[in-house]
Every structure is written in structure tokens, then in C-alpha cells.
Design a protein around this ligand. Structure first.
Ligand code: SF4
Length: 247
């Protein structure tokens, strides 16, 4: 999948691509057997102190990782990409979770207005070029937000399938390291985190949405669907927005 043009790519971590690959191998050897809070703790407080952030969509499963991170460090920077195409329910859910979990460092990133005016003046680019739309509304803002960080925590899980089926707990991502504390979690593990911590649900979950992104590109999924992300870019071969190709 081509998401970024060559001249779009910005490298921003303090490591070279080779150093990042070496660091990921070393971290994986020492911490790869850990997950959840056991993995988040040493990454936040020892390995990347002050140089680590996390991204969150504030979608249906997002509260699980947010809750674990809040228990380790409620002031950890949390990057939220406001594409300006999100459901109003997602914004309200974000406010509810931030309040309940005591998160104190939410970084709301929005698309570059100049780029939008030049390439998507009517806000309809999603209808003709979803990859470019995702670049303008997600990838570019995230590239800016990641400046100054060497590592980021993501909420991806292997059970989501597709490219995520072989997801390691720790991986090199260009000039940075990505930590995936929930990589090995199953759907029931996520449910347990919600129940044990009395976490609220995204209001659209009850309406049949299993995975929630932008309004134009998110559909309900069949009630018996095993594919959590089936409703994202339904009918297209696109399965990822491209933020995980950032280097
Ligand atoms: S998910 Fe759809 S609307 Fe959102 S940025 Fe990507 S193409 Fe655009």
C-alpha cells in the first residue's frame, strides 16, 4: 500500500534507522516476554524516560491501553489525531475517559490548514483517494507530533489479523521504536480490563461499530464478525491508515 510519497517522509527520532533496528533487537531480547503494565513500566520509566509518547484513537478498545498507561504515568503525552472527520461521540468519549482516568497530557493534533486548502478544499478527498486523505489528516499531523520522541506505545493487537497478525511486542519503526504492550492480548483480555476497571464503553459500540475511525470510512460490522476492523474502509483493500508506516 502506498500512503506516503517520498518527499512526504520526515525522519524525526534521535536514532538512525540502523541504531533503531539494533535497539529494538536488544529490547526485544530483554523485554519481549513481557506485556501490559509489566512492559509499559520499564519502557516509560527506564528505557525512554521523557522520550516516549502514545497514540490513541479513543475508539472501542482504546480505554484498555489508556487505563494501563494512566496507572504507570498519567502525565505521559497521549497523541490524539483529530482528523476533522471523526464522530462527535468520539470527542465526547475522549473527554469522559480523560476525566475518569486522570490523564493530564493530551496532545490534540489537527491537519495542516494550508495542505487541506490545497489538496482537500471541499473535504471530499476521502471519496477519491483515501490514502492521500489519510496522509493529510493522520500521517502528517502524527509526524509533527512525534518530533522529539524516540518511542511510542500503540494499542495494536495480533487478534485484529491482517498485517497485525505477526505483531511483535517491540519493533523498530524507522528512526524510532514502537512498543505494543497489548500485542498478545485476546479480545477477552481487553474485556477483562474494561470490567475490572469499570471503564466506560464508546457510545457507538452499542450501535454495532466494532472499530471506529472517521465517519466517512467507518461502517457497522456484522454482529457475529470475527474481524474487529471489518467496518473500516469496507469494500476497499485498504486496512491501515498509514500512521504505522511513519519512520
Ligand atoms: S479514514 Fe477516511 S476520512 Fe479519515 S483520514 Fe482516512 S480517508 Fe480521510
Amino acid at each position: 500500500m502506498t500512503v506516503m510519497r517520498e518527499d512526504d517522509i520526515v525522519t524525526g527520532g534521535s536514532m538512525s534507522v540502523e541504531e533503531s533496528a539494533d535497539r529494538a533487537r536488544d529490547l526485544l531480547a530483554r523485554y519481549g516476554h513481557l506485556q501490559g503494565i509489566s512492559l509499559i513500566e520499564p519502557m516509560v520509566h527506564e528505557e525512554f524516560n521523557g522520550r516516549i509518547t502514545m497514540t490513541s484513537s479513543f475508539g472501542t478498545e482504546a480505554a484498555a491501553l489508556l487505563a494501563l498507561v494512566a496507572e504507570v504515568d498519567p502525565n505521559l503525552p497521549v497523541i490524539f489525531l483529530d482528523t476533522r472527520k471523526l464522530f462527535g461521540e468520539t470527542h465526547r468519549y475522549r473527554e469522559q475517559l480523560v476525566d475518569q482516568l486522570g490523564l493530564t497530557n493530551i496532545r490534540i493534533m489537527r491537519p495542516d490548514e494550508t495542505l487541506l486548502a490545497a489538496e482537500d478544499p471541499k473535504g471530499m478527498l476521502f471519496a477519491s483517494d483515501t490514502n492521500r486523505c489519510c496522509f493529510l489528516r493522520k500521517v502528517e499531523p502524527l509526524q509533527r507530533a512525534l518530533t522529539g520522541y524516540d518511542a511510542w506505545l500503540t494499542g495494536r493487537k495480533r487478534f485484529h489479523g491482517g498485517e497485525r497478525g505477526a505483531l511483535p511486542a517491540i519493533e523498530a519503526a524507522g528512526t524510532r521504536i514502537k512498543i505494543n504492550p497489548l500485542a498478545g492480548y485476546q479480545r477477552q483480555d481487553i474485556e477483562d480490563i474494561f470490567e475490572n476497571r469499570a471503564l466506560p464503553r464508546h457510545p457507538l459500540e452499542a450501535e454495532g461499530y466494532l472499530s471506529i475511525g472517521c465517519m466517512p470510512c467507518t461502517d457497522r460490522a456484522a454482529p457475529d464478525s470475527n474481524d474487529v476492523r471489518a467496518g473500516r474502509w469496507a469494500g476497499q483493500d485498504k486496512t491501515e491508515c498509514g500512521i504505522h508506516y511513519i519512520i
